[in-house]
Write a protein that binds this ligand. Structure first.
Ligand SMILES: Cc1cc2nc3c(=O)[nH]c(=O)nc-3n(C[C@H](O)[C@H](O)[C@H](O)COP(=O)(O)OP(=O)(O)OC[C@H]3O[C@@H](n4cnc5c(N)ncnc54)[C@H](O)[C@@H]3O)c2cc1C
Ligand code: FES
Ligand code: FES
Length: 646
């Protein structure tokens, strides 16, 4: 990767996207510019807010639209860490674009009268002093090196009226691509707010209002993905989809009420057919790669591999939920970027008889949906990976390639026996996921390689990873565990176990055979994955543990355990697996395995947790797993429903 001084901006291809029904075409946008910078600084659209600048608060949420499998797919994302060039070929909605009639915030003037706008050519935007035309013309423009073009009110290309009268009312025609219209037409009449906005008003869901544009956009995404498709918005769904939006003063109850209120308001609709046609046209005109562009957006795997081989020093990016922070927090700049998110082959999920093949550019949201479809018990864990806007942008391949020791997908994938496929023009190579890592954020990927696919065995399919071997090592580990003193927590665990065995228990605590969850024809598995973090939603793990045991006739036939937060890389708990394999699955075995697991890793202390805590919790999670395997419930936060207790 090369650092590039700001003064000399490399040539970049234009960005084209659809906003308010029209194609916006911008030139000279630097490769490292974010969508939020483009909106606020270049286009003067300050309705979208900046809070944290790192994907955590959701104030900057916008919605992107794309064609997927022939249909329109909307995704709420964090504009602060999303690179502007990555939205080339998509539709974009901000909080300023969704009401059937809305004021043109682009035309509102900051103090002093100077307006920062997208560069418009003469006649391309609003006439000076006049009403903005009912349809927005295509805004073609070019930003000067370094970013924004400053236009004065009334200058050619400025949407502001000479004399600074603002704002104007922009009226979109019903049915115009990308516009939001009351179902049945009638734009310009009531309602003047989108249901996402109206519900926030009706439920008193905003106080200072800083977070509100972000919430509204997450609600907008929710509305068109669920309400418009006739799906109800449950409390749980609202909570899950709003987990990436933080509010510091209103409190979440009225906001969740607003999410559920939307369905009862007068419906509005997107004209999907018109928008799809425009997106298709945009895609057709955008496939030709501009060889000298500093931001490359290949559409095929062959093209990606060719670019990677030609420019091994270029910064490879996917959803930018890690890289975006290098830009906003570390102020890193890249002279050349290769963005793999549009590579068709890498955006697919294929279901094979014994495994899922997940393309590296599949979003975390879609990848987890596929994993949850296969193993429904993963749902609570999947919904705790960041918040929805991050999962909508970040990719599974990016999480794995980034290689953070506290990355959440890797312990799970290791426990599932996932393999990865690296590709270059020289050909593919495949390996167990854990063999990717060689040290802290270091891996075996060559400069011309990319992570292309992740192969995840289906429940009950033959495990692709070699079983632990070597009688010597096995015996050594088992003996060591047998001779060790029982930790205090084990005594506690025994007590709990005895109590749950003896007491007259409610149905939810009754033991039940849980082996074989997830179906499949091979060995029945029992899979659990635990994330320990300071905050339940939208937080990074201190420790993550995924345990997948296959039991045959009461004996552990196969053990597969992935751990995060306890070593320099995500790791397989190979010693614990070896210890468990061939043992009867009993409480005594589980207790000894806890000791082996604690001894297997030497975690560090950092701001998230101390070394001692991490070790302790590792063993405790195995204890939790044992209890769950015996049918004991209500021992984790997922089974605790606050509203039922109130
Ligand atoms: C608010 C917030 C919350 C988060 N919460 C979590 C969490 O709960 N759990 C968690 O694990 N992570 C979390 N993350 C981290 C982040 O979302 C993940 O690591 C994400 O999966 C990265 O994917 P990406 O597509 O955004 O990668 P990018 O940021 O685009 O890239 C990350 C790195 O991977 C490389 N890369 C990407 N794709 C490939 C590929 N196919 N081949 C080779 N190299 C590649 C890039 O070159 C770069 O070095 C969070 C991030 C944010 C901002
Ligand atoms: S500004 Fe906080 S998530 Fe973007
Ligand atoms: S932060 Fe003030 S209303 Fe949410």
């Amino acid at each position: 990767m090369t650092l590039h001084p700001l003064a000399v901006q490399p040539a970049v291809k234009n960005i084209r996207f659809i906003r308010k029904g029209e194609v916006v075409n911008l030139g000279n946008v630097p490769p490292g510019r974010t969508v939020l910078e483009l909106l606020r600084e270049d286009l003067g659209c300050t309705g979208t807010k900046e809070g944290c600048g790192e994907g955590d608060c959701g104030a900057c949420t916008v919605v992107l639209g794309q064609i997927e499998d022939g249909a329109l797919r909307l995704r709420a994302v964090n504009s602060c860490i999303r690179l502007a060039h990555s939205i080339d070929g998509m539709a974009l909605w901000t909080v300023e674009d969704i009401a059937p009639t809305l004021p043109t915030a682009c035309g509102s003037l900051p103090p002093g009268g100077a307006l920062r706008l997208r560069a418009g050519e003469a006649g391309s935007a609003a006439p000076a002093g006049g009403e903005v035309a009912p349809t927005l013309p295509t805004a073609c423009g070019s930003l000067p090196p370094g970013g924004a073009l400053r236009l004065r009110p009334g200058e050619a290309g400025s949407a502001a009226p000479a004399g600074g009268q603002s704002p104007h009312a922009l009226r979109l025609r019903a049915g115009e691509a990308g516009s939001v219209a009351p179902a049945g037409g009638d734009v310009g009449a009531e309602p003047t707010l989108h249901p996402a906005q109206e519900a926030m008003v009706q439920c008193h869901a905003s106080q200072c209002g800083f977070c509100t544009p972000g919430f509204v956009m997450s609600l907008f995404g929710m509305y068109h993905n669920h309400v418009s498709r006739g799906e109800p918005i449950t409390r749980a769904l609202a909570q899950e989809e709003l987990s990436g939006n933080l509010c510091r003063c209103t409190g979440y109850r009225p906001i969740l009420d607003a999410a559920q209120r939307m369905a009862s308001l007068r419906p509005v609709a997107l004209d999907e057919n018109a928008l799809l046609s425009k997106l298709e046209l945009l895609a057709q005109s955008g496939y030709a790669q501009e060889p000298d562009s500093a931001y490359k957006l290949p559409y095929t795997l062959a093209e990606l591999l060719r670019l990677r081989a030609a420019q091994p020093a270029a910064q490879l990016v996917a959803g930018c939920t890690d890289v975006g922070l290098w830009v906003t927090k570390q102020h890193r700049q890249f002279s050349d970027i290769i963005d793999l998110t549009q590579v068709a082959e890498l955006r697919r999920i294929e279901v094979h008889p014994d495994h899922l093949l997940i393309g590296a550019a599949v979003t975390l949201a879609d990848a987890f949906a596929a994993l949850v479809n296969e193993r429904p018990q993963l749902h609570p864990f999947a919904s705790r990976f960041a918040g929805l806007p991050v999962r909508n942008s970040g990719t599974l391949g990016g999480n794995i390639a980034n290689g953070s020791p506290i990355g959440d997908s890797m312990p799970l994938l290791i426990a599932l026996g996932a393999r990865i496929v690296l590709m270059s023009e020289r050909g593919p190579r495949e390996m167990p996921l854990e063999q990717l890592y060689t040290g802290y954020r270091q891996n075996v990927m060559a400069a011309d390689e990319v992570l292309a696919f992740i192969k995840v065995p289906k429940a009950g399919s033959p495990h692709p990873c070699p079983l632990p071997e070597g009688e010597g090592v096995e015996t050594e580990i088992k003996n060591a565990a047998l001779s060790g003193p029982l930790a205090p927590s084990l005594l506690w665990a025994e007590k709990i176990e005895a109590e749950t065995r003896n007491a007259a228990r409610p149905a939810s605590l009754a033991p039940s055979p849980l082996w074989g969850e997830g179906g499949g024809e091979g060995l029945p598995e029992f899979l659990r994955v635990y994330k320990i973090s300071k905050r339940y939603d939208d937080d990074i793990s201190a420790v993550c543990l995924a345990i997948n045991l296959h039991i045959e006739k009461g004996v552990v036939a196969r053990a597969s355990i992935g751990a995060g937060g306890v070593a320099a890389t995500p790791a397989r708990a190979a010693r614990t697996e070896t210890f468990l394999t061939g043992q009867p699955w009993t409480q005594a075995t589980a207790q000894r395995a806890m000791q082996v697991l604690r001894a297997e890793f030497s975690p560090i202390s950092d701001m998230r947790a101390s070394s001692a805590y991490r070790s302790e919790v590792l063993g405790n999670l195995l204890q939790r797993y044992w209890l769950e395997s015996q049918g004991v419930e209500q021992i984790n936060l997922e089974s605790f429903v606050l509203e039922e207790r109130a």
